[in-house]
Design a protein around this ligand. Structure first.
Ligand SMILES: [Zn+2]
Length: 202
C-alpha cells in the first residue's frame, strides 16, 4: 500500500486513473452524456491552446463537479441537466474545474496525500469522504483563482463571460428551495463568488 501511495503522489496520470476507477465504482459513468458534453468542453481547450489532452466524464452522482489531478473533469448528470439550455453556464462549470487542473490545485501533494489513505478501502462511506475531499479541499484563494481563470478561458472560447455569475445565482436559488446547492463546492460562499465574478465582467 505504501508503494502504491508513493506511486500515486509521483504520477498524476496514474492518480487520475485510480481515482476515476474509485469514483465510478460508486457512481457509474453515463457515456452518452460524456459524449454530449464534449462539444461544450472542446472549444475551451482548443481556443486556449491547453496542451495536455483533457477529458470530461459525466457520472451518475449527486449534483456536483470536480477535477481529478491530471486530466479529468468530472460532472454529475444532474448538473448537466440543471444547465440544459444554458450552454455557457455549463462551459463555466467545466472551465472552473479545468482551471483547478491547469493551475496545479488538483495535484496538490497535501490533498493527494489525504486522498491516498482512502483509496484502498471499499467502504462506501469512506468513498463518499474521498469525494468530499476531492471537491472541498481547495483554499479560498484557489477558488477565486479558478473562477477568474474560468472567466478568461470561457471568454476566449466565445462563451458569454457573465455566465459564471448567472450559474451561481441560479444555484443559489436552487439552494434556497431545496438545500441541494449545499452539495456544490461553496467555499467561499456563493454570494462572495457571484460578487467577485460580476466585478470581473462588469
Ligand atoms: Zn472549485
Amino acid at each position: 500500500m505504501l508503494a502504491a501511495i508513493a506511486a500515486l503522489l509521483d504520477d498524476p496520470a496514474a492518480a487520475d486513473a485510480r481515482l476515476f476507477a474509485r469514483l465510478t465504482a460508486e457512481s457509474p459513468e453515463v457515456p452518452d452524456w460524456s459524449a454530449a458534453v464534449w462539444p461544450v468542453f472542446a472549444p475551451i481547450l482548443e481556443k486556449n491552446a491547453v496542451a495536455r489532452p483533457m477529458v470530461v466524464r459525466v457520472l451518475e452522482m449527486p449534483l456536483n463537479a470536480l477535477a481529478l489531478p491530471h486530466r479529468t473533469v468530472v460532472v454529475a448528470r444532474s448538473l448537466v441537466e440543471f444547465c440544459r439550455g444554458h450552454t455557457a453556464q455549463l462551459a463555466f462549470v467545466l472551465a472552473h474545474e479545468l482551471a483547478h487542473i491547469t493551475l496545479g490545485h488538483a495535484a496538490d501533494r497535501t490533498r493527494l496525500n489525504a486522498l491516498a489513505g482512502l483509496l484502498g478501502t471499499t467502504n462506501l462511506v469512506v468513498g463518499m469522504a474521498s469525494r468530499f475531499l476531492l471537491d472541498r479541499a481547495y483554499g479560498r484563494e484557489q477558488e477565486f483563482e479558478a473562477d477568474a481563470t474560468a472567466v478568461r478561458l470561457c471568454r476566449a472560447a466565445g462563451y458569454a463571460p457573465g455566465a459564471g455569475a448567472e450559474f451561481l445565482d441560479r444555484l443559489r436559488g436552487l439552494d434556497r428551495g431545496t438545500g441541494v446547492g449545499n452539495l456544490i463546492d461553496t467555499h467561499p460562499p456563493l454570494a462572495e463568488r457571484i460578487a467577485y465574478l460580476r466585478s470581473l465582467t462588469a
